[in-house]
Design a protein around this ligand. Structure first.
Ligand SMILES: [Zn+2]
Length: 479
């Protein structure tokens, strides 16, 4: 498990990531190429992510439901941009029960079509609106180049689908959800994401506006970490989602959709991980603290285990997510490496000397070595650890924010932009034309990430063509 070292991030970031996912016991490769098996430790992390988000969705009036995984293929033909965007990635079922199906069925790549079909049936009057439904599940997109958590053929996510009476309400919903995603990323996952609007070419297939949160990974590439879309009436016209308004006139609904997936786990790994392994933000860590009793002789063991058991009970009672590592077939050194690989925020070491002194050793995962070690009395340990977990959470966010800010630059000219995006993000004015965006992509492989909501007051000129420009955009190479 943790007996072999990872390649360093500097040596080979991609390989560091691949091996970390396996060694930290988060996921494994499935027999079908491109699919992943999320292992219990990875799933526990996902469960903490889902719990935090689900709470916020419900607090803002959303309810959960479940729609089928199979969708009539013809549904995808109804919205022309949507079908163009998803056709190459569709997995299609042609046979069932040993017979060829009359109509092939798509394995859902996303559920706008099936949910739109059902909303057309359910929504009749302005009194039925808004409809605010979320679904937790998985989807399938036939990806050619896959990477665990970042891009897999089947992945887990939530998809929210809402219908509203007016465009303003639908847009408000899109932004409300984006705020929930950003707050989650920043406060729970310690990811300093940037909120903004996607360019026309980076928009979701069928959307009028796509907004996203974008994070910087340690290799300085960008990762789109969640998206929230406004569809206008594109889907309601395609699926005839209509309602009678208060003046008795038949109107089309305004709809949105929004999603956050297991990709978030990839973002956490690549933002916080180090050469020893995973570093998890305490608020999401499945195990927040691990107790490692240290002893050599049976006499020492008896004393140490007694104290460790008592400490375990006290910390557990204080609500700390906890693990006792009482394995007797591996050394303490092995255990330290193992929990470091899995990113547990705090290690509590208890040895014979600690028993005598009435103390323990605390070791922080985010600060390895002497700097992160402290000797703490056993009395009052639960509150000390709770405080330490908050401090680690804040410190991880601060570190990631400083790293991000140190690697975003304002290019002087186009040549400068080319240099910057080779190893960082460029933040510059752009005329919002497809031509200039395409040129940057062809010259540098960098794409527009998003146009942030926070903009400078003064206007400028496009970094590519020199035409007047009102808004700045982030250019970066992305996952
Ligand atoms: Zn331009």
């Amino acid at each position: 498990m943790a007996d072999e070292k990872l390649p360093t991030r500097k040596e080979n970031f991609a390989e560091w990531y691949n091996q970390l996912v396996l060694k930290a016991d988060l996921a494994d490769y499935a027999p079908v190429r491109g699919c992943m098996v999320v292992k219990p430790y990875g799933w526990a992390l996902w469960e903490n992510i889902t719990a935090a988000l689900d709470k916020e969705f419900k607090a803002t009036g959303h309810v959960n439901a479940a729609f089928p995984i199979l969708i009539p293929l013809s549904f995808f033909e109804k919205e022309k941009e949507h079908v163009a965007g998803f056709a190459p990635e569709l997995a299609v079922v042609t046979h069932g029960g040993g017979e060829k199906l009359e109509e092939p069925l798509a394995v859902r790549p996303t559920s706008e079509t099936i949910i739109g079909h059902m909303y057309a049936k359910w929504i009749k009057s302005w009194r039925d609106l808004p409809v605010l439904i979320n679904q937790w599940g998985s989807v399938m997109r036939w990806e050619l180049r896959t990477k665990l958590f970042l891009r897999t053929t089947e992945f887990y996510w939530q998809e929210g689908h809402t219908a509203h009476a007016t465009a303003d309400e639908a847009k408000e919903e899109m932004y409300r959800i984006l705020d929930i995603y950003a707050d989650f990323a920043i406060n729970e996952a310690a990811l300093p994401v940037i909120k903004g609007t996607k360019s026309n070419t980076e928009r979701f297939a069928g959307a009028q506006i796509t907004t996203s949160i974008e994070g910087m990974m340690q290799d300085k590439r960008a990762l789109q970490s969640a998206t929230s879309h406004y569809f206008g009436q594109n889907f309601s016209k395609a699926f005839e989602i209509q309602f009678v308004d208060q003046n008795n006139t038949l109107q089309f609904c305004e709809t949105t959709s929004w999603g956050l997936s297991t990709r978030m786990i990839g973002a956490i790994i690549m933002t916080h991980g180090d050469d020893q392994g995973l570093v998890l933000p305490p608020r999401l860590a499945p195990i927040q603290a691990v107790i490692v009793p240290i002893f050599k002789t049976p006499e020492e063991k008896a004393k140490v285990v007694e104290v460790a058991d008592r400490v375990f009970k006290e910390l557990k009672a204080a609500g700390i997510r906890l693990k006792m590592d009482d394995r007797d077939n591996v050394s303490s050194g092995f255990k330290f490496n193992d929990w470091e690989m899995r990113g547990v925020p705090v290690r509590v070491e208890i040895g014979p000397k600690d028993v005598e002194k009435g103390s323990v050793v605390l070791a922080r995962r985010d600060k390895l070595g002497k700097e992160g070690r402290s000797f703490v009395p056993q009395a009052g340990l639960a509150s000390v650890i709770s405080l330490l977990l908050s401090e680690i959470q804040a410190s991880m966010l601060a570190r990631a924010t400083a790293y991000r800010d140190a690697n975003i630059h304002n290019p002087k000219d186009y040549e400068d932009l080319k240099k910057i995006v080779a190893d960082g993000w460029a933040f510059s004015y752009w005329c919002e034309s497809n031509e200039c965006e395409t040129k940057v992509k062809e010259d540098t492989k960098a794409t527009t990430r998003n146009i942030p909501f926070e903009q400078p007051k003064e206007a400028g000129t496009c970094i590519v063509c020199g035409k007047p420009s009102k808004r700045k955009v982030y250019f970066a190479r992305a996952y």
